[in-house]
Design a protein around this ligand. Structure first.
Ligand code: PRX
Length: 634
């Protein structure tokens, strides 16, 4: 197992070692894993191309390390503890031995379909054990998984399938969410109808048994295909730098990009960060409430915990079904020791009152985690008082799809915590704040742009099919540094607080959304001439989506608003639907024709009094109309 830091002195010592000699530091951690062939070089890198390679020429398999390696010592230990949507339904405990068998059966089935090393397989599934099994089955045989969050639309799904040129989609018939069964296979059918020419087969897991339409040429049932398969499948020997997965995420421009993670570095870092950030002990029960459709689910439901031999809870349902006390009831039911969720969920559940968590026995909780967006002070204190009872340190973990694992976080019980601060970088992580010219701000008590100046094992390698984009987005802003897109401040003791995005990305309920992506969707409405999206402060979601829209030939009313929302739902999915739509006649623009989002952000946030100088705009006269419209909208 990777090192688990247990004291403040050790943290300082390990951090210092990791900076002085990163290669020896990570060599030691990597050597705790099973390699079919040892690596002969730890790291080769430059941030100009960029080209980053870890554990060169090492051959391994992440599922061997996450499953087979544990069988002798903890074969009967629960690997996945699955809590169903309906609390009356049966909980599933899959031991490490059972999980390995299921993964192998699925891997053998995939092979039968002709899926081989390097092929891409897209998942579009709810939070059922079969999703984890399928993902690991891909990794077992070297196929590249790409999980698409099952709330995305058919259009968004087909865009991702086509970008990845996937051979197969694995989905469910329906998804259970609270009291509703939601069609999943239907969305896949629609995506195929839009056009996914690379797809040869759709493997369908029977989840609810509701009726679905069937294409007898392509569609196959999961249970029929896995039935009778051998329960062992040899783990493919993967090069450390072979692709493990692609995960699509939004950026400031264009369509979502496929962030590529590779086997060796991702394996070493997710396990290392999991063991340290959550201080997992052998008999603990760990629960991360994220969906596997996002990076948090990949790294801290599946890989980090399983590589560390942990019991990881997977929850099928929603926080408010059948009651908004559900999270707390699950914590009591399974005696959860580490609980990891997003500020949005905390704020939403907080609103239902303090009595709900008080009705459950939460005494098992030792560590509380927060992820995905800045946690505000009120939510931090509520989480601390009502869930942690003042005894469970809160780890406010900062990271990104591109970073693969948690980079900045307190270590519970080891480093101190401060509300709203992600605090200090983990060993091996060389965070820096820079000014707009890229000068490093070395002193404390400063605000700047968050960059990382040395590679870490689980960092993004490329954006799938478009390496130039990876270079431009992350490595071109500041020479020799990875730019996160986030602004941050350091307090007088060097603790880091991540404030939020400084680019055209907004964070809605912990979900990343590109403003351009939502604008492109809105512009699909035939009467929309132009639109601009900005984020604005939202009590529960952190940021809400505010749309300024210019239309032609239609009434500027709720009917048009509804139509626009439908278009966004069709193009991206319900999560991208604007919270507010304001019709305008003009959008403030620079002389070169660029929309001045800064001004729109202020107006949407009710800060129109501090717009600053607008005289240099191409069309300053439109600003008053936009402000007036905003006031009447609210
Ligand atoms: O702005 C930061 C915010 O979420 C962004 C990354 O989003 P995504 O790739 O979807 O990954 C989310 C889960 C890791 C970051 O650029 N963010 C994430 N964690 C925090 C955060 N902002 C403040 N505090 C955090 N703890």
């Amino acid at each position: 197992m990777t090192t688990q830091i247990t004291s403040l002195e050790e943290y300082h010592r390990e951090y210092a070692k990791s900076i002085e000699d990163p290669e020896s530091f990570w060599k030691k951690e990597a050597e705790t894993f099973h390699w079919f062939q040892p690596f002969d070089e730890v790291l080769k890198w430059n941030f100009e191309e960029p080209n980053v390679k870890w554990f060169l020429n090492g051959k391994t398999n992440i599922t061997y390390n996450a499953l087979d390696r544990h069988i002798a010592e903890r074969g009967d230990k629960t690997a996945i503890l699955w809590e169903p949507n309906d609390p009356e339904d049966t909980v599933i405990n899959l031991s490490y031995k059972e999980l390995l068998e299921e993964v192998c059966k699925c891997a053998n089935a995939l092979k039968k379909f002709g899926i081989k090393k390097g092929d891409r397989v897209v998942f579009y599934m709810p939070m059922v054990p079969e999703l984890t099994i399928g993902v690991l089955a891909c990794a077992r045989i070297g196929a590249v998984h790409s999980v698409v969050f099952a709330g995305f639309s058919a259009q968004a799904l087909s865009d991702r399938v086509n970008d990845a040129q996937a051979k197969m989609i694995i989905c469910s018939d329906f998804n259970r969410r609270g009291s509703k069964n939601i069609p999943v296979k239907k969305v896949v059918d629609d995506a195929l109808e839009i056009g996914c020419s690379s797809i040869e087969n759709v493997l369908v897991h029977k989840n609810t048994g509701d009726s679905i339409s069937w294409n007898s040429l392509k569609d196959k049932w999961w249970h029929e295909e896995l039935d009778g398969q051998e329960s062992y499948c040899t783990a493919e020997e993967m090069d450390s730098e072979d692709l493990l997965f692609i995960l699509y995420t939004s950026g400031s421009t264009g369509k979502p990009k496929g962030v590529v993670h590779t086997v060796g570095g991702y394996m070493v870092y997710t396990s290392y960060s999991f063991r340290n950030v959550f201080q997992y002990q052998e008999n603990d029960v760990y629960w991360c409430t994220a969906d596997i459709g996002w990076i948090t689910g990949h790294s801290y439901i599946i890989y980090g915990p399983l590589l560390s031999g942990a019991t990881t809870v997977m929850f099928e349902g929603v926080p408010t079904y059948p009651t908004p006390a559900r999270f707390w009831q699950i914590c009591e039911k399974h005696k959860v020791n580490q609980f990891y969720t997003a500020p949005t969920a905390i704020r939403a559940l907080m609103a239902y009152g303090d009595h709900l968590p008080a009705e459950s026995d939460l005494s098992s909780i030792k560590v509380l985690g927060s992820v995905g967006e800045p946690i505000n002070e009120e939510a931090w204190h509520w989480y601390d008082k009502h869930i942690g009872k003042g005894k469970a340190p809160i780890v406010d973990t900062w990271w990104q799809t591109e970073t693969g694992g948690i980079l900045i976080s307190p270590l519970p019980g080891i480093t101190d915590t401060k509300p709203t601060y992600a605090s200090y970088p983990l060993p091996g992580i060389q965070t820096v704040l820079v000014d707009v010219e890229g000068n490093e701000l070395k002193e404390n008590n400063v605000e700047g742009l968050l960059c990382i100046k040395h590679p870490w094992p689980s960092m993004i390698r490329t954006t799938y099919g478009d390496h130039e984009r990876c270079k431009n987005v992350y490595f071109s802003a500041f020479k020799g540094m990875y730019f996160t897109g986030d602004g941050a401040r350091k307090d007088d003791e060097g603790r880091i607080r991540v404030i939020g995005r400084v680019d055209d990305v907004i964070n809605v309920s912990g979900h990343r959304m590109g403003t351009a992506e939502v604008e492109n969707a809105i512009n699909e409405h035939p009467a929309v001439v132009e639109s601009a999206i900005v984020g604005y402060p939202h009590d529960i979601k952190g940021q809400g989506i505010y749309a300024f829209v210019i239309t032609q030939g239609v009434a500027k009313d709720d009917t048009t608003r509804k139509e626009i929302l439908e278009v966004v739902k069709r193009e991206i999915g319900p999560i991208a639907k604007p919270d507010k739509i304001q019709f305008v006649n003009g959008l403030p623009k620079t002389r070169s024709g660029k929309i001045m989002r800064r001004i729109l952000r202020k107006i949407a946030s009710n800060e129109a009094d501090s717009l600053g100088d607008i005289s240099t705009l191409l069309n300053p006269e439109c600003v008053k109309e936009v402000i007036d419209g905003n006031r009447t909208l609210i």
